[in-house]
Ligand binder design. Structure first.
Ligand SMILES: Nc1nc2c(ncn2[C@@H]2O[C@H](COP(=O)(O)OP(=O)(O)OP(=O)(O)O)[C@@H](O)[C@H]2O)c(=O)[nH]1
Ligand SMILES: [Mg+2]
Length: 443
């Protein structure tokens, strides 16, 4: 996600860091690099221009230039402005005080509406809600089948529209709301039809649904792979139907990021969630500030911590953190940490959330992949407790014994010991604690 943009922006910032003194000339040069990175990522031209002007105005301020760390200040300005075009702060999905809340999902064909209805239903379950799914596509009966399948996967109810009901949509919609209200469903998640292109027919149909349902939120589903097209059609939907919020889908693909970086400014509506895969759990709350840190290579520590809290053993994690702080970290702890990592999912994905600068800049060199974790676990299992506590005693003959016991080569045993020491060294740095407390700008 945003790989290319991220690389190019980091290059521009690195350039600034490399210059001893920040002058108007090298600032202008860096801004040019930043502008080009955005344009290549297919960000709307107007958005780029405004972004550049705002950064320039702030960065060329005397206070910044005369400060002790001008490059870092400029990086902070870029980060703040990037956050601001992504939407300033996280906006929560609105629920109605008079249930059911109604979420109506609209968007072009294939943008991911039906899938996102399922993702949203799954997500509201975590809020102890009782969602009802319904597909309101007057032309395509298969749409109902797809929704039924998604509901079945989630073990959730799906309201079925009969053919008769479909022929009198306004009556059907009123019945639907009555049904949801009487049975205590909340929210009601309504899927709508998509078209390849926006046409009057579709807009008329959607306006009818909107007028009768009076949704709590009309949510535009934009396919981020289509870049500026998604942005343009969002603008039209906003003008003709009226939108409350945006969900961007397919951010897992090689989307260049242009849609995400333009859509909020162009429509004035917040992105509330992003879809990052076909599966129904590939759905994340959108945090503009975390996303800009991620794009600038500062890593998304908060998401990482949340992921760790959600899926790993919190007590164990706390205990590990304590041992790290007291520098008592042993190979046994290393093994526990590897097991935690395994629980949290793919290591490569996890490493992607870490900043590439600061204390973690060597982490990619650690080169730990998912398969290696299993091997490392086997190697550590072949060590005695004493060896795990005091790796220093692992001499040549012990290494051979461990290698035989675990079925891994001696050089792999050596590699593990080396990586353990490196990790220990890295974690000792005080900046690690600082990073976890959120002030990860200081590099
Ligand atoms: N990789 C990826 N694929 C997605 C995501 N969201 C949806 N898809 C895929 O995109 C395709 C279209 O998704 P649908 O949910 O059927 O799209 P739709 O907007 O309902 O399509 P129509 O009803 O035909 O207008 C499917 O193959 C989905 O699996 C996502 O976040 N990432
Ligand atoms: Mg659909």
């Amino acid at each position: 996600m945003f790989d290319q943009l991220s690389r190019r922006l980091q290059k521009a910032l690195k350039y600034l860091r490399g210059e001893g003194k920040i002058t108007e000339t090298n600032m202008v040069e860096a801004l040019k690099m930043i502008r080009l990175s955005f344009l290549e990522a297919d960000v709307n031209y107007q958005v780029v221009k405004e972004f550049e002007e705002r950064v320039k105005l702030k960065a060329l301020d005397e206070k910044v230039l005369l400060s002790l760390s001008p490059a870092q200040q400029v990086i902070k300005i870029v980060r703040d402005e990037l956050t601001s075009i992504l939407g300033q702060e996280e906006k929560k999905l609105k629920f109605s005080s008079r249930p059911p809340s109604i979420f109506m999902l609209v968007g072009l064909q294939g943008s991911g509406k039906t899938t996102t209805c399922g993702k949203l239903a799954k997500w509201v379950l975590s809020l102890q809600k009782n969602p009802l799914l319904v597909s309101f596509d007057l032309k395509r009966p298969a749409a109902q089948e797809q929704m039924k399948m998604i509901a079945k996967m989630l073990n959730l109810p799906c309201y079925e529209m009969t053919k008769e009901q479909m022929s009198s949509p306004s009556g059907a919609l009123k019945e639907l709301v009555k049904y949801a209200t009487n049975r205590g469903f909340d929210p009601l998640i309504v899927d709508t039809a998509g078209r390849l292109h926006i046409d009057d027919d579709l807009m008329k149909e959607l306006r009818l649904v909107r007028d009768i349902l009076d949704p709590t939120e009309v949510i535009y589903i934009g396919d981020s792979m289509t870049g500026q097209d998604a942005v343009k059609s969002a603008q039209i939907f906003e003008k003709t139907i009226g939108l409350n919020s945006i969900i961007l889908t397919k951010l897992d693909g090689d989307a260049r990021g242009g849609a995400a970086l333009s859509i909020v400014t162009v429509t004035g509506k917040p992105i509330k969630f992003v879809g990052t895969g076909e599966k129904l759990d590939k759905f994340e709350i959108f945090h503009p500030d975390r996303m800009s840190s991620r794009i600038l290579g500062m890593g998304d520590i908060l998401s990482l911590v949340e992921k760790a809290e959600g899926e790993a053993d919190l007590d164990e994690a706390k205990e590990l953190a304590k041992r790290l702080k007291n520098q008592e970290f042993t190979l046994e702890d290393f093994k526990k940490q590897l097991i935690q990592m395994k629980k949290m999912g793919s290591i490569s994905q996890l490493l992607g959330l870490l900043p590439e600068a600061g204390p973690f800049k060597n982490i990619s060199k650690l080169n730990i992949d998912d398969k290696k974790i299993l091997h490392y676990e086997a190697i550590i299992n072949s060590m005695t407790m004493e060896e795990r506590e005091r790796p220093k005693i692992i001499n040549g003959s012990r290494r051979v014994r461990i290698s035989k016991g675990s079925g891994r080569s001696v050089s792999e045993v050596n590699q593990l010991l080396k990586q353990f020491l490196e990790m220990k060294k890295m974690m000792k740095k005080s900046q690690f604690q600082k990073l976890l407390s959120g002030s990860h700008l200081d590099f």
